[in-house]
Design a protein around this ligand. Structure first.
Ligand code: ZN
Length: 58
């Protein structure tokens, strides 16, 4: 099993939807203004290359 970086969001888990808002967020806008969760990787930034999901021990 290995992790593959999502090409759509370059591993960020987010994709910029509006660069103007992203770079210059209007006053009072949320922290994630101008971006949205990547729909390709579900906002993870990485794909699980088959097998089983890694269990992060917390
Ligand atoms: Zn992605």
């Amino acid at each position: 099993m290995s992790l593959i970086q999502c090409e759509t969001c370059a591993g960020n888990g987010e994709v910029v939807t509006d660069w103007n808002v992203y770079l210059h967020p209007p006053e009072g806008s949320p922290a994630d203004a101008g971006v949205k969760d990547c729909s390709e990787c579900d906002g993870n930034g990485w794909f699980d290359d088959g097998g089983y999901a890694p269990t992060s021990s917390r």
